[in-house]
Design a protein around this ligand. Structure first.
Ligand code: CMP
Length: 145
């Protein structure tokens, strides 16, 4: 099924110059970027995006970190894009991520894990895309391989 997923290079990834590496990996995999912007997330957006973690002990650290510097917010489209990106990212904890995955190769710890991608819960991808992008910011075009 062709679908879209929300992907964000977190502040650690932007500051370490990993945007190009990550975009390249997703492109090489055959996924298509249909939206993207470098942005600074404010507290309201961070709290809404991570709403499901509101009661977790690490919530304040998470919001503090994601608002600490610019993120590269993107929408990627392709066959089973949500699961494909999840597989390419690796586990949430870089220490448990296999080499060859983005977090396995670049992640430092649970917080500084370089990248966020929508989870496979139905509707999560569209909810996150709507939170960060207007429909008009998403571009329709053909990818040529
Ligand atoms: P992400 O996929 O962006 O979704 C929620 C984030 O919470 C997760 O990546 C981690 O970066 C972060 N996270 C999860 N568990 C912890 C933890 N125990 N301490 C700090 N951050 C965490």
């Amino acid at each position: 099924m062709t679908e879209r997923t929300f992907v964000m290079v977190k502040p650690d990834g932007v500051q370490r110059g990993l945007v190009g590496e990550i975009v390249g990996r997703l492109e090489d995999r055959g996924l298509k970027m249909v939206g993207g912007k470098l942005m600074q997330i404010d507290r309201d957006l961070a709290e809404e995006h991570y709403g499901e973690h509101e009661d977790k002990p690490f919530f304040d650290d998470l919001v503090g970190f994601i608002t600490s510097g610019p993120v590269m917010a993107m929408v990627w489209e392709g066959q089973d894009a949500v699961q494909q990106v999840r597989t390419m990212m690796g586990e949430t904890d870089p220490a448990e991520s296999a080499p060859g995955t983005i977090r396995g190769d670049f992640g430092l710890d649970l917080g500084r894990n370089v990248i966020h991608g929508s989870d496979t819960e139905p509707g999560s991808n569209e909810r996150e895309i709507d939170l960060f992008f207007d429909e008009a910011e998403l571009i329709h075009y053909e990818r040529v391989d």
